[in-house]
Design a protein around this ligand. Structure first.
Ligand code: RET
Length: 244
């Protein structure tokens, strides 16, 4: 069962990377190219990870529990890119993106230490990692959302960023829950179910979230261009009236 889900992961990530890569190559504006290139690398990193896991690499047994430690290595690379995607969409301040990436790297790093430590020390590291995760949730929900809504005032901006942040938080929150239920934590899930859940989460958080980010940029651009069109009409109408 584990092998089946790893293959599903490899195929989905490769298709996703091909799609985002092709779109990035064909994109007409810099804003789109940046977004699609980031999504390409997020899925490309994941396909490399799944290829390694399909071939039985990056796997080890620590203190009686088995784990694909290579996941943490690739999460350490792909999650900062996911943060850059949302920062790019919201035109966030560098200080906000920097804080998010800092907390993220520490969350994944301490999560890896939790995974390779024996209990009860593993739970101490798990809690430390959850502390950094709580920092990420705060940064996304408060400063990030407010900055983005200030950049895109109006209904569409508010709706787009609330949806983006809510989906992001919901998906990311599932990872520590799986960790706790799997062999790394209380051991309630078999290796096959763990592989299935992580694969489904990875597909949703990388390919699904990538598609959502594309949809969000499309909505934001549609709103900005209709605002410019409305503004332009007023500028044309006003001088014409004044001349009469
Ligand atoms: C761990 C265990 C320790 C506690 C916490 C975790 C959080 C992991 C997260 C991973 C997200 C990964 C994504 C990958 C996509 O490329 C390390 C499981 C809080 C949030 C989105």
């Amino acid at each position: 069962m584990t092998q089946f889900w790893l293959w599903i992961g490899l195929i989905s990530m490769t298709v996703g990377a091909g799609f985002f890569g092709l779109c990035a190559y064909r994109s007409s504006s810099e804003r789109w190219r940046i977004l699609l290139t980031l999504n390409f690398f997020i899925t490309a990193i994941a396909s490399v990870l799944y290829l390694a896991m399909v071939m039985g690499q990056g796997y080890a047994v620590f203190y009686g529990h088995s784990t694909y430690w290579v996941r943490y290595l690739t999460w350490g690379l792909s999650t900062p890119l996911l943060i850059m995607v949302i920062g790019h969409l919201g035109k966030s301040k560098l200080s906000t993106i920097g804080a998010l990436i800092g907390a993220d790297v520490l969350m994944i790093g301490t999560g890896l230490v939790a995974t390779i430590s024996p209990p009860p020390i593993s739970y101490v590291w798990y809690l430390v990692s959850c502390g950094f995760f709580a920092g990420i949730l705060y940064l996304l929900w408060v400063p990030y959302r407010h900055e983005a809504e200030r950049t895109y005032p109006g209904k569409i901006g508010k709706k787009s960023f609330s949806k983006l942040v809510t989906v992001h938080i919901a998906l990311w929150t599932a990872y520590p829950i799986v960790w706790l239920l799997a062999d790394s934590g209380i051991g309630l899930l078999s290796d096959g179910v763990e592989a299935m859940l992580y694969t489904l989460l990875d597909i949703a958080a990388k390919v699904g979230f990538g598609l959502l980010s594309v949809n969000t940029l499309q909505n934001l651009e549609d709103t900005s261009s209709s605002a410019i069109r409305n503004g332009a009409t007023e500028q044309v109408v006003v001088p014409v009236r004044a001349n009469r």
